[in-house]
Design a protein around this ligand. Structure first.
Ligand code: GLY
Length: 258
């Protein structure tokens, strides 16, 4: 297992390794011990595969867990889903000392992070990214958002998570196109100034995903620690994204992020 500490406005640990998901309850308990309420947020695809393991681990750690599952895909990252999630948090009686847990890819992480940043003016959010893209990019660094009809991520907040858990075992169930989305972000870090990472990619990434993912997260950490609010060098991480976001939106999100 590899651990990376991000020291931004909040400091937190990003852990990368095999088989970590069943330990999520114990991990969160070290940060914000039970009894507390947790809203576990996921999409229908990820929930079918991994919600039970996460739920069991959180309950065994002593948390009272509610779930909010929404249809997968970028089209769900909108204000309707956000309002539904806020209402679910209120109906479950979450207080300011309770926790939102995002289990999923970038869409789940972004919308959960934004709901947590704004519900009761801010509650804690823990990220369990399940796509390669979310592990190497979106779960780390505190960018949270929903899309508006005029474009992606037009409404959001900078709000760092309290921790990030990357279980590389879950990558085995990723469809190839979603996996490729993440590979594009991995290659991006290489071209932004990490030739060692690029040289690793000449070998099989699958042989040691932990090494590559942790290296990308270390690159991201450096950018976030230098420029948390994206006024300077962090903008380099948007390499290829400005045009890419337009392509995504104009395709009605049938062309994906990678
Ligand atoms: N995804 C780019 C950033 O977090 O700044």
């Amino acid at each position: 297992m590899k651990s990376i500490t991000v020291k931004a406005s909040k400091s937190y640990l990003v852990e990368v390794g095999k088989g970590l998901l069943p330990a999520v309850g114990a991990r969160i308990a070290q940060l914000l011990p039970p009894p507390r309420k947790i809203m576990l947020v996921s999409d229908d695809t990820v929930a079918a595969l991994y919600a039970k393991a996460a739920l069991t681990s959180l309950q065994e750690a002593g948390y009272t867990v509610s779930t909010f599952i929404f249809p997968h895909g970028e089209a769900s990252k909108n204000t309707d889903t956000l309002i539904d999630l806020w209402n679910a948090m209120a109906e479950a009686g979450l207080s300011r000392s309770d926790i939102a847990v995002a289990l999923g890819g970038g869409v789940v992480g972004d919308i959960t992070g934004f709901a947590a940043a704004t519900y009761l003016r801010g509650i804690a959010c823990y990220q369990i990214p399940t796509t390669l893209l979310a592990m190497v990019d979106s779960s780390v660094g505190g960018k949270t958002a929903v899309d508006l009809p005029l474009g992606k991520n037009l409404c959001g907040a900078f709000s760092q998570p309290i921790g990030v858990l990357c279980d590389t075992d879950v990558l085995k169930t990723l469809p190839n196109d979603i996996y490729a989305d993440g590979c594009a972000e991995v290659i991006k870090y290489g071209y932004l100034g990490d030739p060692t990472l690029l040289s690793w990619l000449e070998d099989s990434f699958e042989s040691d995903p932990e090494r590559v993912i942790a290296r990308c997260i270390a690159n991201k950490r450096d950018a976030v620690e230098e420029d948390e609010h994206d006024n300077g060098n962090r903008q380099l991480l948007n390499l290829g994204h400005t045009g890419g976001h337009a392509v995504e939106r104009l395709s009605g999100f049938t062309i994906s992020h990678g």
